[in-house]
Design a protein. Structure first.
Lengths: 209, 1001, 105
């Protein structure tokens, strides 16, 4: 992945470009047993409910929907496999960097005979992370989505200022942001501008969980 | 003259002096002052001049409705014109200058306009347009431009930053007076999420000021204490967000509201966004927006020193500023009596209270008499005299009273703006002579129920007791709408009911004013609209309120009629002999107050003005000196000029390199859509005009996409990846559009077909390597067998090129031997560098979009957007070969059978050659004898693409010409942009390598 | 500024997340249709003052097309529903009839 943000930006929230992760776009019948089996086999994740994500259980117990991984978020690592609901017939699978083609191939194999499309999109996107207690306020400046109510396990595709993007939370106080790579520089500037110190709004918005 | 009292001023901190400058002169105020209160405190009443007559003006109000006290604030990147001194909070170092005066505020040559006022009547601007054009150009425009206008636009970029904020709330409470606080308290206690915004820097609104005079109490407590307790309680609720200096500026459909927060206007040294535009989605809105006092039209009512009674009181109580030493009060209602009491208590003389009403033996007038005031009933002002300030008033009785200020009150109008923005209806209240919200006809929400509830003085109930009650009732109504249990009415705070005498609507005085008097009665101060102007408009036939407004400019000033609206309507109604509700109001449109352009733009400036899409190799092109061309939001290299080379020279060199040896193009922007499923072939047969289902795995086919209207909307090469999987290439601008087009048909028409699509455009970096040496360059990278027979023209393969995983498509848009290589996006730069190294022996260079365009034009290949413009069908372009005759159907097929589409008279694609070798103008027309129905020269064709071809060493072009393909060799006359015509021969569009041998070697 | 609930993902979508698609429930006319039928299909549209069945795409969200029944004069929204149907659902029609006093949309 290209470098859009050479080092983390420290405003009233922290903005960083996330470490690369494999991303596979998977379309098919999300309610089918074959789909559940294939996703589970390849990623260890369950099929998420609409606007939600699931995470694979991890050896170091940081994943699995646990919100204790503050240190992991701070250091930008330790994010495991995850499965994001994108639309009624589309998931986005996240896995270890570099495994996109393999994940897509394994899904295609596991779903042989079933109408589906599994395609590696790891290279197509740029990933960012906005973290800290006021992370939601940063996003509220650029998206009409009700970010204040988002919590760990929530995923949402929406508008980020003038482009399309996706937001999700794998843990508390850290919002993951994905956009097309061609606008990576735009989103990097957008997020750092929104996070600039002095722009704190000071809203009290505990996530409604 | 105005002055600062020795003590008093709820809003100021006398221990903190604040230095500022006005018109270059340094002076001082106190912390908590507004610019207007500070200037009044120093004895300055004249703060600006009016728009048309340049009359000296001082503040009339103490708030957002101020029409007169407009100043230029700040300097350089922080300069802003037309700022109201009445809402500008004082800060250390503030600099303001007066506007619309030259050379100085005290002496202004533009005031000559006032002497000419009889030549500048209502409709003056309209009328000038009716006179000869030369008059406008040489006489009126220069004169008007020189004398009109208020502040000066700032020069240079804005030094501040601005932002948006998207907020969702159950309830938006607009207005932090006691009604808004009451509503927010009850809603907050019920647990719904509440956003409470207040325009000013103070909670509690008018009630706090009034209570300082009348001693009113809420639930037995002093008003200020109740307000403080309410604010503290609200502040402790996690579900309540409160914001001062934040005005609800507009209410739109489905609970969308805009609020404008002035974050650092009062502390500009802070490194923070100056303004923040809140984009609010509220499930319900309480409009507790208060009421605005109205002036009265009497001769000389625009002299500095004539002010609204409520404003006089607010300066006194809030800021410890007396607007004069002897203040005459003139009123048609009880409220202004509070001002008289307040003035007296502060030691300011009130020579008389003029009350238009008769029989005022009880209520406020009686109490005033008891307190020793001289109350004159059935009394009115005949004129105010003075030069640049009030010196005396003459009553209709003939008596003259010496005074230096007049406090006037024409009653109150509820602020119904938010209520009205999305269609809430108003009632005319006869008793109070104002429009107020009709609770039965509220603005509507998405579910058809009320979107808003009015509260407080905004409902027309002006007393403290009514205000509190309606605030509580609004909360109850809102909670019911939100599906919460209605709050207990017992929790609504109460105040003692007041005994208020009815007001008497009086719109001008004296009632039987002469024409000369009516010309001195101002309605809209800023725009200098007088009673006589509205009456003239009515006489000249501008009887509709919307017409009269535009004819006179009444209500078109920066205060948007806040002060003048009802008075103007009343005068118009009187002139028409109709009742005010029959005349109706002008439309209330957002924003309620002027909001800054910067806040509307938000973050979208500089690098964030527009998202720019960059390919993975963008930085390498920059290094290579590319000049850029915008293609949609993408930036693509137009050409790569070398040292000492012009852009055109670079283009010609790049083309020669492709034709002669080898060159490379960043083709990453081309759309790439995967289409997969058992019905994928069948689906693509509908999407494309030609047959895609018969394409063999491993092969490529060029295809055309039409709209259902038959028009060509995109083209590109389709590669069959597998038995049920295709990769569709689109144009650079077409990826998102064509992906959307496919999804639309799949989701809304053929939802039972088993097809999935994915837009994988950005997964890949793609490079075209074109030219006779292309194969040699690629083979030198190793890894793939690219021999002619292994990878024939219009086929693809995949593997590793060097050590980069790649798909190689043998397709050509240049007519040369050409490969397009797709690699994972992040490896694009690596591939680019590898190709440049490998091509070095052959002098490989990158080429840009302009060379690409010319190369394809030499080959007669069409370009979407050049040869097509939304009115062109494939048949016009001679692309019948790409339209399947075997298929029953495809998107656009039926439309192409319509009579006009099948008309042999349609203009069709041909090549065009100038006889003199010159380059045709873009969009030049082929001329024909005679004229069309509009008297224009008839035409028979037009140029769609035109270039200078280095290969053929002359101008080449393509165009659409009537019967073109049947007229080969014929010479036509084409227009030239520079004038004259040029002789052009119709030729085959394929100008180079007609047999197509070069791409198939 | 409309707020429409996307029936696929359940999001109350801000108008800026949506792309409009005009009148819903058009029947596609193919190559065998008459000129008049085809003209009506491509060009002729209802433009009611009242309830309109219209198409929207949750373009910035889940990407799905859906239908909305919206009163063009008041912006009242009677409901949204998926695009995979050729007529509005009966319960929606009943709701509209109740709300508009039986006036057929």
């Amino acid at each position: 992945m290209s470098e859009f943000l050479s080092r983390p930006y420290e405003g009233f929230a922290r903005v960083e470009q996330s470490a690369p992760r494999a991303m596979v776009s998977l379309r098919g019948d999300l309610g089918s047993q074959a789909m559940a089996a294939a996703v589970s086999e390849v990623s260890g994740c369950a099929i998420p409910e609409p606007l939600r994500l699931t995470q694979a259980a991890q050896d170091d117990d940081r994943g699995g929907g646990q919100t204790s991984g503050q240190s992991g978020a701070q250091h930008g690592g330790q994010y495991g496999a995850a499965c994001l609901w994108m639309s009624p017939d589309e998931l986005l699978l996240l896995g270890p960097a570099g495994t996109g083609p393999e994940l897509a191939a394994r899904l295609t194999e596991a779903l042989a005979g079933q109408h589906h499309l599994a395609v590696d999109v790891s290279e197509a996107r740029a990933l960012f992370r906005v973290s800290g207690p006021a992370a939601r306020e940063v996003m509220m400046k650029i998206t009409p989505a009700d970010v204040a109510r988002m919590g760990p396990g929530d995923a949402r595709r929406t508008r980020l200022a003038q482009i399309a993007g996706a937001l999700w939370m794998e843990r508390e106080a850290a919002i993951e942001v994905a956009c097309f790579r061609s606008v990576g520089a735009y989103v990097a500037e957008l997020l750092t501008t929104a996070a600039r110190s002095g722009g704190e709004v000071g809203l009290l918005h505990p996530a409604a969980t | 003259m105005s002055y600062r009292l020795e003590q008093g001023g709820l809003r100021i901190d006398r221990s903190r002096r604040i230095g500022f400058s006005f018109d270059g002169r340094g002076t001082e105020g106190f912390a908590g002052d507004t610019l207007a209160s500070a200037l009044l405190g120093t004895g300055r009443r004249v703060m600006g001049r009016s728009f048309k007559y340049h009359r000296p003006r001082g503040p009339v109000t103490c708030g957002a409705d101020e029409p007169n006290a407009l100043v230029n604030l700040g300097q350089g990147g922080r300069a802003e014109p037309n700022q109201r001194a009445t809402v500008t909070e004082l800060f250390e170092g503030l600099t303001a200058t007066s506007q619309n005066r030259w050379p100085s505020l005290a002496f202004d040559v533009g005031a000559i306009n006032a002497r000419l006022s009889r030549f500048l009547p209502a409709g003056f601007y309209y009328k000038t347009f009716l006179w000869p054009r030369s008059f406008w150009k040489h006489v009126y425009e220069p004169v008007i431009r020189a004398s009109a206008g208020l502040g000066r636009p700032p020069e240079g970029p804005d030094a501040d930053r601005y932002e948006h904020l998207n907020v969702h709330a159950d309830l938006l409470v607009a207005g932090g007076g006691v009604a808004g606080l009451q509503a927010a308290l009850m809603a907050g206690r019920a647990g719904v999420s509440v956003l409470l915004v207040e325009e000013t820097a103070h909670w509690g609104g008018r009630a706090v000021i009034d209570a300082a005079t009348d001693g009113a109490r809420i639930d037995g407590q002093p008003v200020a204490d109740w307000v403080a307790a309410a604010v503290a309680e609200l502040g402790s609720m996690a579900n309540v967000t409160m914001r001062l200096r934040t005005v609800a500026a507009g209410l739109y459909d489905h609970g969308f509201a805009l609020a404008w927060e002035r974050v650092t206007d009062h502390r500009p040294w802070d490194d923070a966004p100056r303004h923040r535009l809140w984009r609010i989605r509220a499930r319900h809105v309480v409009t507790a927006t208060g009421a605005l006092e109205r002036p009265i039209a009497f001769p000389g009512n625009d002299l500095p020193g004539v002010m609204l009674a409520g404003a006089v009181r607010e300066y006194l109580t809030g800021y410890g500023v007396a607007v004069g030493r002897e203040v005459v009060v003139v009123t048609n209602n009880d409220d202004a009596y509070r001002t008289a009491h307040a003035l007296k208590a502060a030691g300011v003389r009130v020579p008389a209270i003029l009350d238009v009403r008769s029989g005022v033996a009880s209520g406020a007038p009686a109490a005033a008499r008891e307190a020793g005031f001289r109350v004159l009933e059935r009394s009115a002002i005949a004129k105010v005299t003075g030069g640049s300030s009030v010196e005396a008033v003459t009553l209709t009785s003939g008596e003259t009273i010496i005074c230096d200020a007049v406090a006037m009150s024409g009653g109150y109008s509820p602020v119904v703006h938010l209520w009205s923005h999305t269609g809430g209806k108003l009632l005319w209240d006869e008793t109070q002579a104002h429009f107020r919200p009709d609770p039965d006809r509220a603005p509507l929400a998405a579910d058809g129920g009320a979107a808003a509830t009015a509260a407080g003085a905004a409902t027309g109930g002006l007393t403290l007791a009514e205000t509190l009650a309606s605030g509580g009732q609004a909360a109850q109504a809102a909670l019911t709408r939100l599906g919460h249990a209605e709050a207990d009415a017992a929790t609504i705070a109460t105040a003692e009911p007041e005994d208020v005498l009815p007001m008497k609507p009086v719109w001008m005085m004296p009632a039987e004013a002469t024409a000369a008097q009516r010309q001195k009665m101002w309605l809209d101060y800023q725009n200098d609209v007088k009673v006589s102007d509205v009456q003239l408009a009515q006489r000249e036939g501008y009887e509709s309120v919307e017409h009269a407004k535009r004819y006179t400019t009444l209500g078109m000033a920066t205060d948007q009629g806040k002060l003048s609206n009802i008075n103007g309507l009343a005068i118009l109604a009187q002139a028409k002999g109709e009742a005010i509700p029959q005349v109706g109001t002008t439309t209330f449109r957002p924003p309620y107050v002027p909001i800054s352009m910067g806040s509307i733009a938000g973050e979208a400036r500089g690098g964030l003005f527009q998202p720019i899409r960059r390919t993975p190799m963008h930085a390498l092109h920059d290094e290579a000196g590319a000049v850029w061309e915008p293609v949609g939001h993408w930036r693509r290299p137009f050409a790569y000029p070398q040292k000492g080379e012009t852009r055109d020279e670079a283009v010609q060199r790049e083309i020669a390199q492709v034709r002669g040896r080898v060159a490379m193009l960043d083709a990453s922007t081309l759309g790439k859509i995967v289409v997969k499923g058992p019905d994928a072939g069948r689906f693509l047969d509908m999407i494309y005009t030609n047959m895609m289902s018969t394409l063999k795995v491993g092969r490529c086919r060029y295809g055309l996409i039409c709209s259902e209207n038959g028009f060509l909307i995109d083209d590109g090469v389709v590669a069959r990846l597998g038995e049920d999987e295709f990769l569709c290439h689109t144009t650079t601008g077409g990826a998102d559009r064509i992906h959307g087009h496919m999804e639309e048909w799949l989701q809304t028409e053929w939802w039972d077909w088993q097809v999935y699509t994915a837009n994988v455009t950005e997964q890949w970096a793609q490079v075209a390597v074109a030219g006779p040496k292309a194969r040699e360059v690629l083979e030198s990278l190793g890894g793939l067998d690219l021999a002619r027979d292994t990878l024939p023209f219009m086929s693809w393969t995949e593997g590793r090129l060097g050590d980069i995983p790649a798909r190689v498509f043998r397709i050509s848009f240049s007519g040369e031997l050409s490969y397009e290589i797709a690699v994972p996006a992040s490896r694009g730069p690596e591939l680019w560098r590898a190709l440049r190294r490998a091509g070095k022996p052959h002098g490989i260079v990158p080429y840009g979009t302009e060379a690409m365009h010319i190369l394809r034009a030499e080959k007669g290949f069409v370009m979407i957007g050049d040869e097509t413009d939304g009115t062109v069908i494939p048949q016009d372009l001679g692309l019948d070969w790409a339209i399947s005759k075997k298929k029953d159907d495809y998107i656009g097929k039926r439309a192409q059978m319509r009579p006009h589409m099948a008309d042999p008279e349609r203009w069709k694609l041909v090549g065009l050659e100038t006889l003199d070798g010159s380059v045709l103008s873009h969009a030049a027309l082929a001329l024909e004898d005679g004229q069309n129905a509009l008297g224009q020269r008839r035409t028979q064709g037009r140029v769609t693409s035109t270039y200078r071809s280095p290969t053929l060493n002359r101008g080449i072009a393509m165009g659409l010409v009537r019967h073109g393909p049947d007229r080969m060799g014929e010479v036509l006359e084409f227009s030239r942009v520079t004038g004259g015509t040029v002789q052009v021969r119709i030729v085959d569009p394929v100008l180079y390598d007609k047999e197509g041998k070069r791409q198939d070697v | 500024m409309l707020l429409l609930r996307c029936p696929y993902c359940g999001v109350d979508a801000d108008e800026t997340e949506l792309a409009p698609g005009g009148e819903a429930h058009l029947t596609r006319e193919g190559p065998n249709s008459s000129d008049a039928a085809f003209e009506a299909y491509v060009f002729l549209r209802r433009n009611p003052r009242g309830v309109h069945f219209e198409r929207w795409r949750h373009a910035y969200g889940c990407g799905k097309w859906f239908h909305a029944a919206r009163d063009t004069a008041t912006n009242q929204v009677f409901g949204t529903y998926t695009a995979q149907c050729s007529a509005p659902p009966q319960d929606l029609l009943d709701r509209i009839a109740d709300a508009t006093g039986g006036e057929r949309a």
